[in-house]
Ligand binder design. Structure first.
Ligand code: ATP
Length: 257
């Protein structure tokens, strides 16, 4: 039996838009320090799932709990435990980079924010922009600021939607390093991306969605057992096998759905 604390619990989550079922009966759990790679073809339901966990969309069917707090009944405490990094973060025009960190630290009750802010700005190479306003930042800089804001008060869970898409090569390298460091410190990360090489490099677990349904959940090694013909292949080959026609829908632990 798994005795690790559960950071994120998703049980029987479904979401429909009008008559279209975007996510269908999704269940999974995450533990401290895990990095979940959330992948799937366009329209698979990844963003709908992430936005619902983040509290942007309401939970209508199923149950989602973050750090033990039910998102529907204890929304504030559930949200305090997590951060959300969208693919194109929009900082406040009227706040400087440093003020964003001060504001975020105040929101999450982080007192000794100043030295942590200096450290993060240096790590993400934003030091020279500390006094620039949100509206003066390039896309990649907005992305880096979103990382700094997510990191300033250590959260239990960080949700990231294509987090590296605006970064330059050096930014990508430091972001990857920082994501691994954050997970090593115990934060749980969900990384949604079409960059399968990135997922392969960072993720400790995989969740593959296709047309709203879970088609695989488990480690990459478990995926290789599940898709033996792709056993020595890359995640890309496993992805195509999992989301191809006629593949039985089974999770990584072998439980039929
Ligand atoms: P992508 O990789 O293209 O970003 P995704 O896996 O994030 O896709 P979602 O954005 O969650 O997929 O969309 C899942 C399904 O829900 C799609 O069929 C999409 O058309 C539909 N959908 C998403 N948002 C809405 C909306 N606001 N109104 C109606 N349908 C929507």
């Amino acid at each position: 039996m798994d005795t690790r604390p559960v950071v994120l619990s998703v049980e029987g989550f479904s979401r429909s838009y009008e008559t279209h079922r975007a996510v269908d009966s999704l269940s999974f759990q995450l533990h401290p320090g895990e990095i979940l790679g959330l992948v799937g073809p366009n329209g698979a339901g990844k963003t709908t799932t992430l936005r619902t966990i983040a509290g942007v969309l309401p939970v209508k069917e199923g149950r989602i709990a973050v750090a033990g707090f039910d998102l529907a009944r204890d929304e504030e405490r559930a949200k305090r435990a997590m951060r959300w990094i969208p693919d194109d973060p929009q900082p406040f025009d009227a706040l400087t980079v440093l003020e964003h960190l001060e504001f975020t630290a105040a929101l999450y009750g982080q007192r000794d924010w100043r030295s942590r802010a200096d450290e993060l700005l240096a790590r993400f190479e934003l030091g020279e922009k500390r006094d620039a306003f949100g509206g003066e930042l390039s896309r990649g800089m907005r992305q880096k600021l979103a990382f700094c804001c997510a990191w300033i008060a250590r959260p239990a869970l960080v949700l990231m939607d294509e987090p590296l898409s605006g970064l330059d090569p050096r930014g990508i390298r430091s972001a990857k390093h920082e994501i691994e460091e954050l997970a090593r410190e115990g934060t749980t990360v969900i990384l949604s991306s079409h960059l399968l090489a990135l997922i392969e490099e960072l993720a400790t677990r995989l969740l593959i969605l296709d047309r709203g349904r879970k088609v695989f959940e488990g480690t990459l090694d478990e995926a290789r057992v599940r898709f033996p013909e792709q056993a020595r292949g890359s995640l890309e080959e496993i992805f195509f096998a999992a989301t191809g026609e006629g593949v039985a829908r089974v999770d990584g632990r072998g439980a039929p759905r």
